[in-house]
Design a protein around this ligand. Structure first.
Ligand code: NAD
Length: 476
């Protein structure tokens, strides 16, 4: 049965004339309808946020910290219901959805503290009767546009730091996954977040998202999504000279050196390539493997990949759920077809009969790819990974950097000096040497080249929601 959701504005559910369906990726059946917010709805949401922000920015930082802590607590209390919604609308297995909810609470807690630590500067300028105060003020109303793959944790990296420093947020979730964002806004309201500080407008990117980017009272846009849409937002935002934080696509390389303790990390490598069915911005897409290791690495890697269990998100044995929507499945299939036409060898685990319905895609390993084959230079947002041999590390770095993207990179070696040398040579916002783990809230995260602008997480991801103001003080 389709459930009807409103958008969220000024602490209450609101309705719009036009609506769109949200589809269950595992069954292809509609599960809910949500409003399509046009420019007039967005305008009302921004107006409410502007009013709320004027009061919020005057509150004490410790008050904002305490409110954020109670929001994190409410996420923990409603862990089960939020995880259910995330799993339902994204198609990710329940366990992975629960991990995302836990991460969301952890991020909010972190930003509550980091926002509280926000500070300015008082540079010494020589004259004892004059001081210069450099203070940080909130940016104002911020538009937060998020993708389908991690609807809650990507939102937390935007909403929590913005609220912590005194901004208000108008959020625009992906049209395929708006339900968990709407649920979160309602929970925040019940947990004591004043009305208007988190508004949620739903609808397609080119309608609702574009209206948000264009709105003159939105002073900044924080966006996570594809590079293509990021570039469009950058063009539009230029009209209002808006602050931009862009967390965009990736095609992340891993260099497995001949001296790597690769068997020790193999399960992590497979997870980092296929997690969330490959719909993961800093997933490993391209493995460059020392030719001396090629045969055993290829055999053991593909054996593990072919064993990954694809299945329904509610089945506890499922490791990979369906892709999120038909558009993603079509694009990934088309990329694999182009690789086959270009002469690459494609290994795929066959899908079980019962998975014909739903946007499922089999785990895929590609070898023998020509260096100029176009999919090698595109983001592949699905469970498809390249294995490519190399003879020396200079060649491996050149190939790894030969991509328009620069989000993350991975190095496997037992030689720490070599690992650091390679890390410095790789054009990526984050590099992991040996260990593969989730990006931490305390460390900046973001991309170089066409993977983005600015950084999220850490104090840099908090300061991004502030303006610096210099006050010259003369008391001579
Ligand atoms: P997408 O770019 O298609 O959509 C992202 C959001 O932008 C959605 O809310 C969409 O409605 C909105 N949008 C689309 N057109 C718009 C427009 N013209 N104006 C304003 N908003 C618009 O991306 P997606 O398919 O939902 O997500 C996958 C992408 O997100 C991948 O490229 C992935 O790498 C990237 N991603 C990056 C990070 C990171 O931290 N760098 C994290 C997660 C996902």
């Amino acid at each position: 049965m389709k459930e009807k959701f409103g958008f969220w504005m000024d602490g209450a559910e609101q309705w719009a004339e036009s609506r769109m369906a949200v589809v269950d990726p595992a069954s292809e059946e509609p599960i809910a309808v949500v409003p399509v917010c046009d420019a007039a709805c967005v305008d009302r949401a921004v107006l409410g946020a502007t009013k709320a922000q004027k009061l919020w920015k005057e509150t004490a930082p410790q008050h904002r910290r305490d409110v954020l802590r109670s929001l994190a607590e409410s996420v923990r209390v409603h862990r089960e219901s939020l995880a259910h919604l995330v799993s339902r609308e994204t198609g990710k297995p329940k366990q992975a959805a629960t991990a995302e909810v836990d991460n969301t609470a952890q991020l909010i807690d972190y930003f509550a503290e980091e926002g509280y630590r926000l500070s300015g500067l008082i540079p010494r300028l020589g004259d004892p009767q004059r001081h210069t105060l450099v203070v940080r003020e909130p940016l104002g109303v911020v538009g937060a546009i998020t993708p389908f793959n991690y609807p809650l944790s990507t939102l937390a990296c935007k909403v929590a730091p913005a609220l912590a420093v005194g901004c208000a947020v108008v959020a625009k979730p992906d049209e395929h996954t708006p339900l968990s964002t709407l649920a979160l806004a309602r929970l925040f309201s019940e947990a004591g977040l004043p009305s208007g500080l988190l508004q949620v407008v739903t609808g397609p990117g080119p309608v609702t998202g574009a209206a948000l980017v264009d709105h003159p009272d939105v002073r900044g846009i924080t966006f996570t999504g594809s590079t293509e849409v990021g570039k469009e937002i950058q063009r539009r935002a230029a009209g209002g000279v808006k602050r931009l934080i862009l967390e965009l696509g990736g095609s992340c390389p891993a260099i497995v050196c001949h001296d790597a303790d690769w068997r020790r990390y193999l399960s992590h490598m497979v997870a980092q390539a296929y997690k969330n069915s490959g719909q993961y911005c800093y997933r490993i897409t391209r493995f460059y493997v020392a030719r001396t290791l090629w045969k055993p690495f290829f055999d053991e890697f593909t054996t593990r990949v072919m064993r990954l269990r694809v299945g329904h998100p509610a089945d506890p044995k499922t490791e990979l759920g369906p892709l999120n929507h038909e558009g993603i499945r079509r694009r990934v299939s088309e990329q694999v077809s182009r690789l086959q036409q270009a002469g690459a060898t494609v290994l795929q685990a066959p899908l079980r009969q019962e998975l014909r319905q739903g946007f499922y895609f089999p785990p895929t390993v590609v070898t023998g790819v020509e260096p100029h084959a176009s999919p090698l230079h595109e983001e592949i947002f699905g469970p498809v990974t390249f294995l490519i041999p190399f003879d020396d590390e200079v060649e491996a770095v050149a190939k790894a950097n030969g991509s328009p993207y620069g989000l993350a990179a991975y190095v496997f070696t037992q030689n720490l000096a070599k690992g650091l040398r390679l890390a410095h040579s790789l054009e990526a916002g984050s590099v992991w040497i040996n260990g593969v783990h989730q990006a931490l809230p305390e460390a900046p995260f973001g991309g170089m080249k066409e993977s983005g602008l600015g950084r999220e997480k850490s104090r840099f991801g908090v300061e991004a929601f502030t303006e610096l103001k210099t006050i010259y003080l003369d008391y001579s």
